[in-house]
Design a protein around this ligand. Sequence first.
Ligand code: NAD
Length: 257
Amino acid sequence: MSEKQCNTEDIKKAADILINAHHAIAFTGAGISTESGIPDFRGPQGLWKQYSPELASIDYFLQHPKEFWLFYRMRMSTLFAAKPNRAHYAVAELEKMGIIKAVITQNVDGLHQAAGSSNVIELHGTMRRAVCLACGRTYPMDVVIKKIDSGQIPPLCDECGGILKPDTVLFGEPVKDFDRARELALMSDAVLVIGSSLSVYPAAYVPIFVKEMGGKVIIINMEPTELDYIADVIIQCKAGDAMTLLLKEIKDRLGIQ
Ligand code: NAD
């Protein structure tokens, strides 16, 4: 796929919106992390081009925990090696500047926090932790990886012997912290959407709530999304390029080095 250049006029419009907003938030998806080497689900190199989405469902986990964990173990190798990219760092800097108040993410990779964002809502949980389905005890993922690599598949709880599950939201499970996300969206007058196909609900309600309350919607995505029709500005290029240009435009206008 040929890479599109970011449109400068769109970057300027997005900067206008964010500078004038009283309460702006970022809403991110797997597309912000592809430049860190983590494949998304539905993009051109997405995981679902290779695997069936059924693999990420709670039903599949409960029926085939061993196969599930073997698939996950493979994904985790990529995930733990990944570092934040320019887009994650730009989001974190916009938060430090007070332009963005919070990040609501569908990602489970922890890269926003690694880049320095502090107010992060992880709607789909985190891959950095596993939870016992029987007693609820949580384990850091490196402890769980050791269990798997020493042959305990699926990994089990030391306390009660229950099966451990990644603390991520699988298809068929409820999202986490949605009330907080909705509250934030309803009080926001702008949302900067980065790298999401906006096709997974209820997460995709976040930009819809902002729009319904009269706020502005900026969408940065390489391809069209399912909610382009509610966008005030669409920036169709790579997240790293778009966020670098947007951060520079905002800093130039505010006279920040
Ligand atoms: P998605 O795969 O449905 O959509 C990603 C979008 O990002 C696509 O439209 C693609 O065109 C775009 N994109 C890819 N690379 C880009 C780039 N460099 N710059 C700009 N746009 C880019 O992802 P989603 O909307 O987040 O929803 C699917 C689910 O994916 C979520 O539930 C999330 O939990 C899960 N997921 C997370 C990770 C992660 O944590 N990094 C990785 C894969 C999937």
